[in-house]
Design a binder for this molecule. Sequence first.
Ligand SMILES: [Zn+2]
Ligand SMILES: [Zn+2]
Length: 126
Amino acid sequence: MEMLNEINNVVISPYFNLSEFTCPCCKRVMLHPKLLVKLIELRKILERPVYINSGYRCPRYNQKVGGVPNSYHCIGLAADIKVKDINLIELLEICENIDFTGIGFYEKKNFLHLDVRPTKRTRWRE
Ligand SMILES: [Zn+2]
Ligand SMILES: [Zn+2]
C-alpha cells in the first residue's frame, strides 16, 4: 500500500520530522517530548541542521547494532546526533549547557549520544 510510505512523515517542530526518529528496521517510533525540546534548543543555538543518526530502536535492532541492553534508545529517551562543520568538543560544551542527563562522546565516529534519562547525570567517552 503506497500510503504506508507516508507513515511517520509528520512535522513535529520547525526543525524535525518524526520520521527522523524511527527505527530503521520496522519504522516503529517512541519519542519523549523532553528529548525533542532539548534537541530543538540545540538546533536553535547552532543555527544549522542537527542530524539524527539513531533515534528510537526496537530491541531487535538495538541488539543488531550492538547497543547496550535496555538502551535509552529503546524507550524514546535517546538520540545519536551529528552536526556538520563544528568541532565535537565545541558541540559537547553546548550540549552540556542544555543539560542532557546522559552524554556519550564518540570521538572516532564523530557523533554524540544524548539522552534525557531520569536518573543521575552520566558521561562517557569512546
Ligand atoms: Zn526495528
Ligand atoms: Zn546512543
